[in-house]
Design a protein around this ligand. Structure first.
Ligand code: 5GP
Ligand code: MG
Length: 184
């Protein structure tokens, strides 16, 4: 499909599933190379957006890990609000664990900042960040983004887990909001 409509907005094809999977393969190799022998980190998937990335990524990891989930919410429509709510807490303790946060997309960094605070409060030993998509032009925090599969300009995207008001997550490709095709 070259274009899709989600709610009231048109989006055009931006990244094919093949491009996404090959970027995930590369970032998984980077993580595999960095992992010390015998280290067993916890993978923390940030719901809901990261569920597809998470599933693809963990299948490519070569070390033992366990999986945890948390759900936070910051977006309203196509805008990040900066007001992060923890919608579902950590389902397992992170105390003394090395944690790799797996995010769908890092935009302003507000969510990552909040997650780092939560993990520090819960006693995590070390925290790394791995995001599928990174928007460097909009990122304003000092927290290092250790791993990113792809980086993009400040456009609004959907698909491969990412939603527009809870729809559009199921597409295997990624689509970008098309300013030329909106109904006036
Ligand atoms: P931040 O807190 O870094 O500004 O935003 C992070 C969260 O905002 C992401 O986890 C994601 O849920 C949402 N987000 C940021 N940019 C986009 C985008 O382009 N498309 C979609 N669908 N969600 C986004
Ligand atoms: Mg998210």
């Amino acid at each position: 499909m070259n274009r899709i409509k989600v709610h009231d907005k048109w989006f055009k094809l931006y990244l094919t599933n093949k491009q996404i999977e090959s970027a995930i393969e590369k970032v998984a190799q980077e993580i595999n190379n960095d992992m010390a022998n015998g280290e067993k980190p916890m993978i923390l998937s940030v719901l809901t957006g990261s569920f597809m990335f998470m599933s693809s990524l963990v299948q490519k990891l070569s070390f033992t890990c366990d999986i945890n989930f948390i759900k936070v919410s910051s977006y309203n429509g196509t805008q990040s609000t900066g007001n992060i709510k923890q919608v579902m807490g950590l389902i397992k303790p992170v105390k003394d664990r090395k944690v790799i946060i797996v995010e769908d997309i890092v935009d302003t960094g507000n969510t990552i900042e909040e997650l780092e605070k939560i993990l520090a409060n819960e006693g995590a030993k070390e925290v790394k960040v791995c995001t599928m998509m990174f928007k460097p032009a909009s990122y304003s925090k000092d927290i290092p983004i250790d791993y990113h599969a792809m980086s993009i300009p400040n456009d609004f995207i959907v698909g491969y887990g990412l939603d527009y008001d809870e729809e559009g997550r199921q597409y295997k490709d990624i689509y970008v909001l098309d300013p030329d095709q909106q109904e006036k």
